[in-house]
Design a protein around this ligand. Structure first.
Ligand code: 0O2
Length: 230
């Protein structure tokens, strides 16, 4: 389906009342739809810029040190429903412009690393790029969340070179070890099922798991360094 066909399909499925209302409604919707497409393209491109850089870093490590610090890279664009939900929650205008100004996690990348030291190495290399601007960073490894969640979060403003202009878009980068990711993924699955009740006892158990996993991460880091020293 082309973009025009998708748009016509949306219009055709609008309630009869709206369709009969006026051409103005159709025009406004068309404008919003195009704004949204442009926004998605910009954020998608920003994700590609960051992913390309991360892949270059990973392959450079492989050439120089015969190992890959990055285990996996995932990315996602926040869905229109989640964007609208978050804007509503924050009581902000429901427009593409408002999303752009107020939401910094429309474009998201999750990097899983082998060792804790790899996380900090990647954070440092991202910060060293003079065309990337780090606008926010949170170290939930040194300061875990009350839930036990551990990860390094960065919001980086990234330039995207379009045909006639350069535009910046923020990308949220979550960097964590495979072990931290294992915990976060399962905890997320458990917590966000609408039917599940999380009692304080379960929260405490989940936190204990996170702490045990963090100890294992540190032990693996020590073993890695010991072997490397040898
Ligand atoms: P999704 O679908 O994962 O993106 P914000 O919520 O972004 O306005 P803040 O405080 O700046 O506010 O964000 P924060 O806490 O730095 O990062 C939010 C994201 O971190 C969440 O995204 C989760 O991905 C992750 N996260 C934070 N705390 C936890 C936790 O306790 N458990 C798990 N599993 N993940 C967590 P969203 O917004 O939930 O959505």
């Amino acid at each position: 389906m082309t973009e025009t066909e998708i748009f016509d399909d949306v219009i055709d499925n609008l309630p009869v009342l709206v369709k009969q209302d006026s051409e103005g409604v159709k025009e406004k919707l068309s404008e919003l739809f195009l704004d949204f497409l442009e926004l998605s393209h910009l954020y998608d491109s920003a994700i590609e810029v960051v992913k390309t850089y991360l892949n270059i870093l990973d392959s450079e490590f492989s050439v120089k040190f015969q190992r890959n610090p990055i285990h996996n890279i995932e990315s996602r664009l926040k869905s229109p429903q989640s964007i609208i939900g978050k804007l509503q929650k924050k009581d902000l205008p429901l427009t593409p412009d408002s999303a752009r100004k107020n939401l910094l996690d429309i474009a998201g990348i999750r990097v899983t690393c082998c060792y804790i030291s790899d996380i900090y190495a990647i954070v440092e290399m991202l910060g060293r790029r003079d065309d990337f601007t780090v606008i926010k960073q949170k170290d939930y490894i040194k300061n875990p969340k009350p839930s036990g969640y551990r990860s390094y979060h960065l919001i980086v403003n990234v330039p995207v070179y379009l045909s006639t202009k350069k535009q910046y878009a923020p990308v949220e980068i979550q960097i964590r070890t495979i072990a931290m990711d294992f915990w976060a993924s399962l905890e997320h699955q458990l917590k966000y099922k609408p039917s599940t009740v999380i009692t304080p006892e379960i929260s405490e158990e989940l936190k204990e798991c996170a702490e045990r996993i963090a100890e294992t991460d540190l032990q693996m880091q020590r073993i890695f360094m010991e072997i490397n020293d040898l």
